[in-house]
Design a protein around this ligand. Structure first.
Ligand SMILES: *Cc1c(COP(=O)(O)O)cnc(C)c1O
Length: 608
């Protein structure tokens, strides 16, 4: 202590000011800054007051600043000192940057830098040349034709294309017959239980009940709570029952019903953005996610102006890489994102480790339970070893759970939950001055469908704990039978042991040559020919089956088909390689200027 005091005494006042400034610049880049910030100004003021009261010979701050300014222009020896000081400061910044860079290179897997990535980067530069644009246009037209042929053939076969209102309204029978005939064909595709995810509970009796519930409230709008108090009851109870599954004894958990997982996630991001702007004055918010996080996060960052920092996954467990995660935390971090489980490989991120850091540094954690919300609590009950992922983990501030997936309700609802009311308040939108009246809505939409809320309530009430427990137990044992079966198929391997209800498999890589046994997308294409709608994934290339009630009892049909398809691809590898996966579509797509291709895809889907 004495030694430190002596060093301090030897410093001139100028040096103290300079070093304080320098340390401020450096700490402002550290995640601890937000913790120091509230005490910075009071201690600075306190220090100055202390000096002026008790050390009567000390100079005032203004004098010091003026002296520094004067010294820069007049005092040569002093300005030499200052120059040396600035050189030191620059040196330190360069050193820190270098250190950060080495750190990030050693953490981020440089094998992620791909030829495709580099060519996309180059493409960004050249695409504006007119000659390139002409070629691109040609290429896009070709793509449009290809998509058009593969996507639109069946929809056009349904009859005349309507591009304007019919002069005279159609008869009810004509409308319903068209739909009946179309559905009869389309239902066959999912009713045989060969779709990964998609339809989570395909039993007719349940669907008919949901339709009944929907039709009773098809006209209602929860915005008018005075007209439909029963819809208000359903919404609040859907939230309460969902919260009960994951609250982990935290009484203050609250939430609301949204239109789907994507909206739940975007709303949770908005709530954290506004909450931390208020609490810590963070105006350039950052969010840390794993590259396995659902793309809804990228969409949300794009819409909300939040900077996204993506860290890699562990190459063996496919869970978030905690070393990289720790390094990515900064003073502007408002939210970390964990998935339970992830969409691609079905891995459960280490929520407890993430929560610990969040508590230490004071940011939020969103747990994406869109897939797992109505599964993991019941799987634990059935005796499976499920790590803690809910509000029982300190640091978890929000969660999303999709009622329209494993909640077995119709598409169009999800639940977002918060640890406390202040976060939910930050989600609401209020505009008191609108000429249409004081306007406030809890979610992104204005008017909403009370019918969707009613059928969600109906689904949960009809299932009950016992219903979910039974179906989840079946789904989990099916997943494990299929995973075990995949390990016995030559040429492919499990990407990782399933943490939940997703079986993800990839080609075997030769340890000596690094060569892969096959192109896994060819296997997905072959499976599609046998009626299987699997999910092709990328980075790394793999394919998954998201097990649902529809697959229970179909384990061996799947494994036999998969074995045949893999053997077939190994024996006659198709020439065309270089495919890319697209979310939600059955099969793979040709590589190319990817974003252009994706836009053309949407154009074709939306065109008549
Ligand atoms: C489905 C899903 C979402 C997004 O949900 P939508 O309902 O499609 O908007 C988000 N995260 C995970 C893990 C999902 O599986």
């Amino acid at each position: 202590m004495d030694a430190a005091m002596n060093i301090l005494k030897e410093l001139t006042e100028h040096e103290i000011v300079a070093y304080t400034l320098l340390s401020l610049v450096i700490t402002a880049r550290s995640p601890h800054y937000r913790l120091i910030k509230p005490i910075l100004l009071p201690s600075l003021v306190g220090g100055i007051v202390y000096r002026s009261v008790y050390m009567t010979d000390s100079k005032s701050l203004l004098t010091i600043v003026l002296e520094i300014a004067a010294a820069i222009t007049t005092d040569l020896t002093y300005s030499a000192k200052l120059v040396a000081f600035i050189h030191n400061a620059i040196g330190l910044v360069v050193l820190c940057t270098l250190f950060n860079w080495v750190n990030s290179v050693s953490i981020f897997d440089i094998t992620h830098i791909s030829v495709k990535g580099i060519s996309n980067w180059g493409y960004g530069y050249v695409k504006n040349f007119s000659i390139v644009q002409k070629e691109l246009e040609k290429e896009k037209n070709k793509m449009r034709e290809d998509f058009d042929q593969s996507l639109k053939a069946r929809s056009r076969a349904l009859g005349d294309v309507n591009t304007e209102l019919p002069q005279k309204g159609w008869k009810k029978t004509a409308i319903l017959n068209l739909m009946k005939n179309a559905c009869a064909e389309e239902d066959k595709i999912w009713e045989n239980g060969k779709v990964s995810g998609g339809v989570y509970f395909g039993q007719r009796k349940h669907i008919d009940m949901l339709n009944d519930a929907f039709s009773k409230y098809s006209i209602s709008n929860p915005l008018h709570a005075d007209i439909w108090p029963s819809v208000m009851k359903f919404e609040s109870e859907v939230v309460a029952m969902t919260a009960d599954l994951v609250s982990g004894g935290v009484d203050s958990v609250c939430g609301c019903v949204t239109s789907g997982g994507t909206e739940s996630i975007i709303l949770a991001m908005k709530a954290h953005r506004d909450y931390y702007r208020e609490l810590h004055g963070i105006t350039e918010p950052e969010m840390v996610t794993c590259i396995s996080a659902h793309a809804a996060v990228n969409k949300g960052c794009d819409m909300l102006g939040i900077k996204l920092i993506q860290v890699p996954m562990d190459p063996h467990t496919f869970r978030i890489d905690m070393t990289a995660f720790r390094a990515a935390i900064g003073p502007n971090t408002i939210l970390a994102y964990a998935s339970a489980p992830t969409f691609p490989q079905g891995a459960i991120d280490p929520v407890r480790d993430i929560g610990e850091l969040a508590v230490q540094y004071g940011f939020g954690v969103h747990v994406d339970c869109c897939l797992g919300g109505f599964v993991l609590p019941f799987a634990r009950k059935a005796g499976y070893d499920i790590p803690d992922f809910e509000f029982s983990v300190p640091g978890v501030t929000s969660m999303s759970l999709d009622t329209h997936k494993y909640g077995f309700a119709l598409k169009g609802t999800s639940v977002v939950l918060y640890r406390h009311h202040k976060l939910r308040h930050a989600q609401y939108f209020c505009y008191p001055n609108w000429s249409g009246g004081m306007y406030t809505t809890p979610t992104i939409a204005g008017s909403r469908s009370g019918g969707l809320i009613a059928q969600t309530w109906a689904s949960m009430m009809a299932m009950g704990r016992e219903g979910y427990e039974k179906h989840v137990a079946d789904i989990f044992s099916t997943t494990r039978v299929i995973a075990k079966g995949v390990t016995d198929i030559e040429g492919i391997e499990l990407s990782c042991e399933p943490d939940a209800m997703i079986v993800c498999f990839q080609p075997v890589t030769d340890a000596a040559t690094g060569k892969q046994s096959l192109n896994i997308y060819n296997v997905a294409d072959k499976m599609a020919k046998r009626g299987w709608s699997l999910n092709p994934l990328q980075n790394p290339a793999c394919v998954h089956l998201c097990c649902t009630v529809a697959h229970v009892g179909k384990e061996h049909v799947f494994l036999n088909d998969l074995q045949d398809c893999v053997a077939d691809v190994l024996l006659n590898p198709p020439k065309s390689g270089g495919n890319a996966a697209i979310y939600g579509a059955t099969s793979s797509m040709p590589a190319g200027p990817v974003e252009e291709m994706m836009k053309v895809y949407n154009d074709v889907v939306l065109g008549v």
